[in-house]
Design a protein around this ligand. Structure first.
Ligand code: FE
Length: 142
């Protein structure tokens, strides 16, 4: 699913295998290394990506899947913990064949080509999540 290399500064360089689903692989990696606080940055290429948009008027989620070859122009994510397990929050921006971009809150994306990431482990830092009743979101809890 992936290859990883530990580098100085509590960081890992990650190469995800072709055709891997990104969110699944990152969750598996964080569980394997027991990373409960940190950040993720990366790039690559995908053939399919599903984003989630929260309509702030209706407070309903709208999901949309793009099935086409796209470059990942940016993947940015954070790692916290919920119920003792890694909790990942990832946003993705992709560029299409016509160089326009689509992006948003990432639900899942399938690699077609490469995906190169850096995951930084914040070590013992406790970054939790709590459900905020007002927004309906899982907010940070320090
Ligand atoms: Fe989000």
């Amino acid at each position: 699913m992936y290859q990883s290399l530990a580098v100085p500064g509590g960081r890992y360089v990650l190469s995800l295998d072709n055709h891997t689903e990104i969110v699944e692989a990152l969750n598996a990696f964080c569980r394997e290394k027991n990373i409960l606080a940190g950040q993720i940055i990366g790039l690559g290429a995908v053939c399919e990506a599903t984003f989630r948009f929260l309509d702030s008027n209706t407070m309903k989620y709208v999901d949309k899947c793009f099935q086409e070859q796209m470059e990942i122009t940016n993947l940015t994510g954070n790692i916290s913990q919920k119920d003792g397990a890694p909790y990942l929050h990832i946003h993705l921006t992709c560029s299409r064949r016509d160089y326009t971009c689509v992006g948003g809150h990432l639900l899942k994306a399938r690699i077609n080509g490469a995906c190169e990431l850096v995951v930084e482990d914040f070590g013992d830092a406790h970054i939790g999540r709590r459900l905020d009743e007002q927004t309906g979101l899982n907010m940070y809890q320090f």
